[in-house]
Design a protein around this ligand. Sequence first.
Ligand code: ZN
Ligand code: ZN
Length: 208
Amino acid sequence: MPSEEGVIVGKANIPVVSISRNTPYIVDLTVDEADIPLQFDEPGFLQSVHIEGSLSAMQQDFLFQGTLTGLFERTCDRCLVPTSMETSVEVGWLFELGTPMDAMEEFAKSEESEEEEEFEDSDESEQIQYYDGVNIDFSKAIAEEISMATPTKIYCAETCKGLCPQCGVNLNTTTCNCTPEPEIEETNSGFAGLKELFPDLPDKPSEE
Ligand SMILES: [Zn+2]
Ligand SMILES: [Zn+2]
């Protein structure tokens, strides 16, 4: 396969030659945010990624099973104090020799011969990744996993009281004399209004 701009070897690479065929290779790797092909709207939000687990040779494929931990840093979404948060997910990646292109061709072939069911029935507990025969490159797999595991909100603590909506003090550290605004009653919510207009609506909004 012709290389486009030379082979870029990131820090999330493990050379295939260093992996024994008989004993699992222990992976304990901290990857800098800059080495992961992932764009965040907020620079510096993702600080680093750590992967820990074992990489086993399976004929010409390699199976990684372990944990991915992302460290995120930004200000608390309630009180605006700088805070960090770790997110961990269990991952299973099966690195197959080849490129996603090869897999698409194979899939096309299986469609022609109407064997797609067999294709879909393959074990879904592991995500298929690809390697070039030289390095196991985790960066793409990490990027895919991180894009799903990224928290949308970050709190300094689950119990964070946030800022007073009236005077703006941090209610975790300061008390103020503002009167809390009356809470909007559940029955006056827009959904109850809808129910009057459309009596056939189910009682509970379905969570989609
Ligand atoms: Zn907070
Ligand atoms: Zn206040």
